[in-house]
Design a protein around this ligand. Structure first.
Ligand SMILES: [Zn+2]
Length: 284
């Protein structure tokens, strides 16, 4: 079975090197490519922040230091720079820069970092991006749920806040990253109610772990996830993603295979990402 990893990060250096080591990986394009080949991951979507300056008023893109992943790696252009500017609306220059970025065939969507910025999804600042994404038929991925580090404010990243924009922009597809964890129930409801909302299953476990141990040790958590996945019972809604380099790719794949009934693996691990990220050029 071919796999699309719909949520990863590819940045050189910084804390990502140690994070990768803790997950049993090396934060390098060569290592990632060999792991993707070994595990049947034919394409990945990286979440863009910003080259060296996440506050810059420009679309955030991942590092492609070596270009080794060129054909397999797609990305979401990250919305940055809004915090320092304190603007009510994005500048026309910034929106034009996003439109230019969309000409890159590997730009597959927009990423908005809820919880790391003091704005809700329905903030006037973000609305032009939803309109733009809809017009270009590109999805918007939201960080939802817990934030990494203590500097975020999780109230902004609550999955219930996606309901309003999903209803206001029916032509735009929205992805709630990380299943809104730990607000799994709320994320389920927002996806159930809105045809244009999807869930990515990345970041539900981090580091390197033995999948069987994880399922036993976190029995209640795993059953909770299974319970609400089954409650939704719409396997067209879930996208496989890992949050690499935060987690071990092989262990994470095994864990998600535990959560999703085998007859729906093809949809969750491949088909849904191809549909939601319609720019992905991958053959079956
Ligand atoms: Zn992530």
């Amino acid at each position: 079975m071919k796999i699309i990893d719909a949520h990863m990060h590819f940045h050189c250096g910084g804390g990502f090197d140690d994070t990768a080591l803790a997950a049993g990986h090396v934060n390098s394009p060569g290592h990632l490519l060999s792991e993707m080949n070994r595990l049947g991951i034919c394409a990945a979507v990286a979440m863009g922040t910003g080259r060296g300056n996440p506050e810059a008023e420009e679309p955030g893109v991942p590092d492609f230091a070596s270009g080794e992943l060129g054909d397999k790696l797609y990305y979401c252009a990250g919305v940055n720079g809004d915090e320092s500017a304190g603007a009510q609306q994005p500048s026309p220059t910034l929106l034009e820069a996003f439109e230019r970025q969309f000409r890159d065939p590997h730009c597959a969507g927009i990423k908005i970092y809820l919880g790391y910025r003091k704005r809700y999804a329905a903030d006037a600042y973000y609305r032009p991006f939803y309109e733009l994404a809809g017009r270009h038929r590109l999805p918007v991925v939201f960080h939802t749920g817990d934030t990494a580090g203590g500097h975020g404010l999780v109230k902004y990243a609550h999955p219930l806040t996606i309901d309003e924009v999903a209803a206001d922009f029916p032509e735009t597809r929205f992805v709630m990253a990380h299943f809104g964890n730990p607000w799994i129930v709320d994320a389920t409801e927002v996806a159930a109610k809105n045809d244009n909302v999807f869930i990515d299953l990345s970041g539900l476990a981090v580091g390197n772990f033995e999948p069987k141990w994880f399922v036993t040790h976190y029995h209640g958590y795993v059953e909770h996830l299974k319970c609400w996945i089954t409650y939704l019972s719409d396997y067209g809604k879930f996208l496989y993603g890992t949050d690499w380099p935060l987690t071990n790719l092989e262990a994470y794949g095994a864990l998600i295979r535990e959560l999703i009934p085998a007859e729906h693996h093809e949809e969750v691990f491949f088909e849904n990402a191809r549909r939601v990220f319609s720019r992905l050029r991958v053959d079956k």
